[in-house]
Design a protein around this ligand. Structure first.
Ligand code: NDP
Ligand code: GDR
Length: 328
């Protein structure tokens, strides 16, 4: 039975990747941080087969402990401070977790693998946020990185380090450059979930308005359940490499609002949305045009869920959850 260690087990991708690997017959170990993490109960309820180990990517000794207990064939580093807006307010901790955390884990895996650097495969959760505002043309694995947020800078550090460890030590280390991916398990601070939950609550009379920042921003939004398969495929290749994973289609926040509100029976969302200039970011990436040809041809991967299906899935899940909460 193959063994996998996943950091970031309480997050959105941690859930979908665990389910995916468990279905493939893996023995899955998940790293959970904190003395009294409130999301532990959620993991124990939704992923009872996962072996939970405590640890933190900023604490190298805890990573070593997790590796020696789990003895993994594959390590997936999903842990991060992942909210871009938060990273401007908390740049130091973002750098420590999202950046230095990758170094800590790569070093621990390198030492754990000892004389056989290829015996553990390593996946790093890199991000389209690394491209920054300077990207012109389509974004591929070879596009120059010019991050414009503390989060993007930390991710670029992790990406370069992953490539460096692969090239310096012969480690099977892959970096997946994933564009935005969402699901009913998306954190409520991200724009998709903020809108789908808000639309559901407004339709039930439990909330009056949603307050947003830049509704003209565009993103390439896919379904997290599709993207975790790409992570796994990257580690199954004979020679590991870096891949862009995206749908190749962008939509604006306005289009997201259109689909979400129509789903709850509201044709015009404008009376329900307030714009707060305080939610605009110091720097915004507005050109996303992913070149996914490498993942499609070499991994045979393609997304299954469309933008409209994704938003509909999220609104429906939020409606069901909110009906229970507001007693309707
Ligand atoms: P989430 O924010 O949902 O999950 C992040 C996870 O990291 C949580 O489990 C969190 O634990 C954990 N974590 C935070 N700090 C630490 C720490 N110091 N030590 C150990 N674990 C920690 O992110 P997603 O699931 O959406 O994303 C997974 C990864 O992919 C992240 O690295 C993200 O940056 C990256 N990514 C995500 C994209 C997306 O669109 N979703 C796109 C591109 C990249 P806790 O619950 O305790 O806070
Ligand atoms: P992003 O996702 O920053 O792309 O990072 P987010 O959902 O936070 O923002 C997407 C776009 O929506 C605009 N926006 C708002 N965003 C939020 N959160 N709240 C608002 O009220 C709001 N109004 C408008 C933003 O300005 C932005 O343009 C996600 C994370 O998962 C990262 O970890 C990951 O690396 C990248 O995707 C790829």
């Amino acid at each position: 039975m193959p063994r996998a260690l996943i950091t970031g087990i309480t997050g959105q991708d941690g859930y979908y990747l665990s389910r995916f690997l468990l279905d493939k017959g893996y023995e899955v170990y998940g790293l959970l941080r904190g003395q009294n993490n409130p999301r532990r109960a959620e993991v124990e309820r939704d992923l009872p087969e996962v072996h939970v180990l405590t640890g933190d990517v900023t604490d190298p000794s805890s990573l070593w402990h997790a590796l020696t207990i789990s003895r993994p064939d594959e390590v997936y580093n999903l842990a991060a401070i992942s909210f871009v807006a938060y990273s401007w307010e908390n740049p130091y901790v973002t750098t420590q977790v999202t950046g230095t955390g990758v170094l800590n884990l790569l070093e621990a895996v390198r030492q754990f693998a000892g004389d056989e650097p290829g015996r553990v495969s390593f996946y790093q959760a890199s991000s389209s946020e690394m491209y920054g505002t300077a990207a012109t043309g389509r974004q591929s694995e070879t596009t120059r990185l010019a991050p414009c947020s503390p989060y993007g800078v930390a991710k670029a550090f992790g990406h370069h380090l992953t490539v460096t460890y692969r090239e310096s030590y012969g480690m099977r280390a892959a970096s997946g450059i994933l564009f935005n991916h969402e699901s009913p398990r998306r954190g409520a601070e991200f724009v998709t979930r903020k809108i789908t939950r808000g639309a559901a609550r407004i339709s039930l009379g439990a909330q009056d308005t949603i307050t947003l920042g830049n509704v003209d921003a565009r993103r390439d939004w896919g379904f997290a359940g599709d993207y975790v398969e790409a992570m796994w495929l990257m580690l199954q290749q004979e020679s590991v490499d870096d891949y862009v994973v995206a749908t190749g289609e962008t939509h604006s926040v306005r289009e997201l609002l259109d689909v979400a509100f129509r789903r709850v029976g509201i044709a015009d969302w404008t009376p329900y949305v307030r714009i707060d200039p305080g939610l605009f970011r110091p720097a915004e990436i507005d050109t996303f045009d992913a070149d996914t040809s490498k993942a499609r041809t070499q991994l045979g991967w393609k997304p299954r869920v469309t933008f409209r299906e994704l938003v509909t899935m999220m609104v429906d899940a939020d409606l069901a959850e909110q009906k229970l909460l507001v007693g309707r």
